[in-house]
Structure formats: C-alpha cells, structure tokens
Design a protein around this ligand. Structure first.
Ligand code: ZN
Length: 211
C-alpha cells in the first residue's frame, strides 16, 4: 500500500452538482487550521508525483440544499494538498452519501477529497463529532503504531466500506480522539466536537513524534 493512492477517487462520482465558489464565511475557520497543518507539512503533496495528501472537513447544515437527515459537511477538494492556501474554489460540500454503495453527493466547485467517505463515516458514527482532520506523516504514523494508539487494521485500505466500518467502531464511543490507519501509509485522523480540539490532538502527536 502506497500513500500516493490518495490521489485516486474511489467513490462513485455520478452525483456531482457543480456550483460557484463557496463564500469565505463557509470555510474560513477550517482554513485557519489548514494553514497551521500545511506549514507543518501534515498537509501537502508527494513529489515528484505531485499527489496531494491531507484533507479537512467540518459538519454543516446544508438542508437548504438537500433536505436529508444524514450528516452533511464541508470538505477540502480533491488534489488540493499542494496548495499553500485555499479559497472558495477549493472547498466543496457533501450533501449526501451512501457508504455501502460508495456514493457521495457533492455540491460545489470541485470534487470532494478522495477520502470523503471516511469523513462521512465518522460523522455518521457519532452525532457529537463536528470536525475531522486527516493528515499524513511518516514519523507520527510509525510512532502511533509503536505506542498502540487506536488504529484501523493493516488489511483495511482507505476509502473502502471496511474503513468506514472500522472508523465507526472507534468513534461511536469517543467524542474526540486520534486514529492511526495501519492500512494507509502515513495516514492519521483526528476528530472532535470543535476545530481547536481536533487540531490540538494533531499538534500533540507532532510534538511527540515529529513531523
Ligand atoms: Zn490519506
């Protein structure tokens, strides 16, 4: 399993609805944390392939766009990891999803991150979770595995129904925390009720294990 599989969207993209750029009040809070994580290279791109990694999301109420009971959220767009700053052209909305069918209904200026279904699984798994950050770091990933942090099994690749189920098992009994994805090289997820808690969980492991 190679970390650059992040570049491949595995979900069914047939439900994409194109929209204008998002306004900054929709994403500025997320963007502030993205800047911090980008500067630490926890979000970025693999060279020379130029495959972006890292994606952030925040639960939102988009029922004015699609009336549905499922969680809805804003997420960084696909292949944006290498950009130092994101504007409204690079965030997008997830209005609906179906984990078992591998479908995501995106509304925005571009397709959602290839890992959107993993984010969806977290929100569906626990209504108290409002923020999901996914970063990549070799030392953090190795360190967390060595110290037995909560983990998804190494047989489970990212972006699959198995990953969704494994993540839900962990988040349903925790309102905040951090998970190492053993089957997704360098992949780590933090989740929490609010942005600062999710961000600080990543800064703690960054301080402990290095970037
Ligand atoms: Zn990843």
């Amino acid at each position: 399993m190679c970390p650059i599989d992040d570049g491949v969207i595995k979900y069914d993209r047939s439900q994409f609805e194109h929209s204008d750029a998002l306004s900054s009040d929709e994403f500025y809070e997320l963007e502030r944390w993205r800047n911090t994580l980008y500067n630490l290279k926890l979000i970025g791109e693999y060279l020379p392939e130029k495959i972006g990694y890292g994606n952030l999301s925040q639960r939102k109420d988009y029922r004015y766009l699609k009336k549905i009971e499922k969680p809805q959220f804003i997420i960084t767009g696909t292949q944006t990891g290498g950009l130092p700053e994101l504007n409204g052209e690079y965030y997008t909305r997830v209005l609906d999803f179906d984990l078992s069918k591998n479908q995501v209904n995106v509304n925005g200026p571009l397709e959602a991150s290839s890992e959107a279904l993993t984010h969806a699984a977290v929100y569906e798994g626990n209504p108290n979770i409002n923020v999901v950050f996914h970063i990549h770091s070799t030392p953090i990933w190795k360190g967390m595995i060595a110290e037995n942090y909560p983990a998804t099994a190494k047989e489970i690749p990212y972006g699959t129904l198995d990953m969704a189920n494994a993540v839900q098992e962990i988040v349903k009994v925790n309102d905040s925390g951090i998970i190492v994805m053993k089957g997704h090289d360098d992949g780590v997820i933090s989740f929490a009720n609010d942005l600062d808690t999710a961000g600080k969980l990543l800064l703690q492991v960054y301080d402990k294990f290095g970037g």
